[in-house]
Design a protein around this ligand. Structure first.
Ligand code: ADP
Ligand code: MG
Length: 166
């Protein structure tokens, strides 16, 4: 049994503005059918990254932390894919609620970004970009983040993640 090695990039992000910039650069690598999982504690910067992604993709509507909705669809303004932004925090572990979102239906034509998706969305695709955001150890400004991007599956094996570190 052979599994392709994961494609991994670790970068340091020093401010919310840089996190947005990372999202805008990441948007250039994304295409319809891509699933991005965002991991990090509350306030890590998952939504900030997604906002930059939405700007880079050129989609309608501001990306915000959804308070009452679990998933928000941002239609494309141009020829690119829609952005489906999911905050799965309030979703139970059961697959039922997840299935109600019909992400499998939207995924082929969209970029699907899921906050708090571990254990909930892996079944959607073996090809996933997993982004883990950690507060930097010893950072007194509370603005420094260590971001680890791991591309899983054939879709990501040749992706130029290093271009994100520019
Ligand atoms: P999450 O979605 O992970 O809960 P948000 O993106 O909603 O996090 O909020 C992150 C908060 O942390 C924002 O208030 C943002 O201004 C602040 N922040 C400080 N430094 C950073 C950074 N380097 N990247 C992202 N957000 C940061
Ligand atoms: Mg959030």
């Amino acid at each position: 049994h052979h599994q392709a090695p994961a494609n991994v990039l670790k970068i340091t992000v020093n401010s919310p503005e840089q996190m947005g910039e990372l999202g805008r650069r990441l948007a250039k690598l994304l295409r319809p059918g891509d699933l991005v999982m965002l991991t990090g504690e509350l306030g890590a910067g998952k939504t900030t990254l997604t906002r930059g992604l939405g700007e880079g993709l050129g989609v309608r509507g501001a990306v915000t932390s959804p308070t009452f909705v679990i998933a928000r669809v941002h239609p494309p303004l141009g020829p690119g894919p829609a952005l489906v932004h999911v905050d799965a925090y309030r979703l139970g572990g059961g697959l039922d609620e997840m299935e109600d979102l019909d992400l499998d239906v939207s995924l082929p034509d969209s970029v699907v970004v899921v906050e708090w998706g571990e254990g909930k969305v892996e079944e959607l695709s073996d090809d996933r970009l997993h982004v883990v955001i950690d507060r930097a150890v010893g950072d007194t400004t509370d603005e420094v983040r260590e971001v680890t991007l791991t591309g899983l599956g054939g879709r990501w094996s040749d992706a130029d993640l290093a271009s994100l570190a520019a």
